[in-house]
Write a new protein. Structure first.
Lengths: 261, 160
């Protein structure tokens, strides 16, 4: 990887100032960015580590909301987000134990990898992405593969999840990479059910509106039996065709609903 | 920049660039070559060390991020006289290695596992080792070794 200047601020304000430099890039846990830089697919002039900002680390549950600091590791979410069990379980299934000790929720959501787990939880929960400058609703945040509403130099300081009545995440792992071939997060709230799909869509994470309507009327696996997704809108690659992924999404949605009990 | 960390209980310092990976700092700067680089893409786990008590892949962490940290490597696991610790001895007793390349990472991951889960089931051990790849053993003897190191009966583990 090309060399860069490394800075490690201790406050959000210092990080925001450091990211104003041209060629500066925020570094979360580095579990995606460092491999990308080794491949020379990214070559920032300055890396601004967010790992030393205490105000961005931690899990706080209060009043039906779980708030997770942007620099909180997957392992910490898995261990501490017990107030939202499906979210904790999702975090505990990302990568492997060593990756979970470094990777962060803010880094994952800022990167918006189309096969990452967290975007499905954020979207299905109707979570709020909190940055140094503003609050962004999940429905406005995700804008396609690796694309988000974040501006240059904007930092995810926290993500607020409203805790649902029931929720479950089902992931079908690509056998070698363990990334999601398809992942479905189902969350049931008093005002309706939300279903978000990762790993499968050509435009990254998306909500399956027909399944949401059917499940809001009848929260059972049978409710979506008659539905189908088009393979045309799904990723087709060496690991599986679009039609295969479309089928997986339906199967996983049913499993997630069944697992909600 | 100058980096200082406590490695296996001793304060160690050295010069590093921004891009210097923790594994390169340990191996090249400090001469601790027990930590291996297998894939360099954070998949194989041969480079697992502990930073502030947590297992990490040292090929995917900057040395600068470990500045001031407590780092444990495979070199710190045996007693000063060379006596293997419980996990290392179990790997030897149960033939949990063949070529040995993955072993430093396996031992460090196993150590992290037993710290958070002192009596893991066979399934839990296999799941925890998802990020550690061994191309020799087929994992069975590694799993046996970790079961034995946790004080559990290994007779029940059948060869599959």
């Amino acid at each position: 990887m090309y060399n860069f200047e490394f800075v490690k601020p201790s406050t959000v304000a210092e990080a925001v100032a450091a990211l104003k430099d041209e060629g500066a890039q925020a570094l979360g846990g580095g579990q995606t960015l460092l491999p990308t830089m080794k491949q020379r697919l990214a070559s920032p002039e300055t890396l601004v580590s967010l790992s030393g900002i205490a105000e961005m680390i931690g899990v706080n549950a209060a009043g039906g909301t779980v708030t997770i600091g942007g620099a909180t590791s997957h392992a910490a979410v898995a261990a501490q987000a017990g107030a939202y069990p499906a979210l904790a379980a999702l975090a505990g299934g990302i990568g492997d134990p060593a990756v979970r000790n470094r990777g962060t929720i803010g880094g994952s959501v800022a990167n918006n990898d189309p096969a990452a787990c967290y975007p499905s939880a954020v979207l299905a929960s109707g979570a709020t992405v909190v940055t140094n400058a503003r609050e962004i609703a999940a429905d406005d945040y995700f804008q396609g593969m690796f694309a988000t509403a974040l501006e240059e130099g904007e930092i995810i300081t926290a993500i607020r999840f409203p805790v649902p009545q029931a929720a479950n995440y089902q992931k079908f792992e690509q056998p070698a990479s363990r990334f999601a071939m398809a992942g479905v997060f189902v969350a049931k709230y008093a005002d309706g059910v939300r279903v978000a799909v990762t790993g499968a869509g050509n435009d990254g994470v998306f909500r399956w509106a027909e399944a949401e309507a059917a499940l809001s009327a009848n929260f059972s696996p049978a409710a979506i039996e008659g539905l189908s997704l088009s393979g045309d809108d799904m990723i087709g690659d060496v690991h599986g065709s679009g039609a295969y992924r479309a089928h997986l999404v339906k199967v996983l949605t049913k499993r997630a609903v069944a697992a909600c009990g | 920049m100058k980096i200082t960390m406590t490695v296996n209980g001793k304060t160690r310092s050295g010069e590093a660039e921004g891009r210097t990976l923790l594994v390169n700092f340990l191996r090249d700067t400090l001469g601790l070559t027990g930590t291996h680089v297998g894939c360099d893409t954070s998949q194989c786990g041969a480079c697992v060390v502990h930073v502030n008590g947590q297992a990490v892949k040292s090929c995917t962490m900057l040395a600068a991020e470990a500045d001031g940290a407590q780092v444990s490597t495979i070199e710190g696991q045996a007693a000063p006289d060379g006596t293997l610790n419980t996990i290392q001895q179990a790997f030897q007793d149960h033939h949990g290695l063949q070529c040995g390349f993955c072993t430093p990472g396996m031992v460090m991951s196993a150590t992290a596992l037993l710290k958070e889960n002192p009596k893991p089931t066979e399934a839990e051990i296999r799941h925890y080792l998802e990020g550690n790849i061994c191309r020799c053993t087929g994992y069975h003897n590694i799993v046996k070794a970790i079961m034995a190191a946790s004080g559990q009966d290994v007779g029940a583990i059948a060869a599959e």
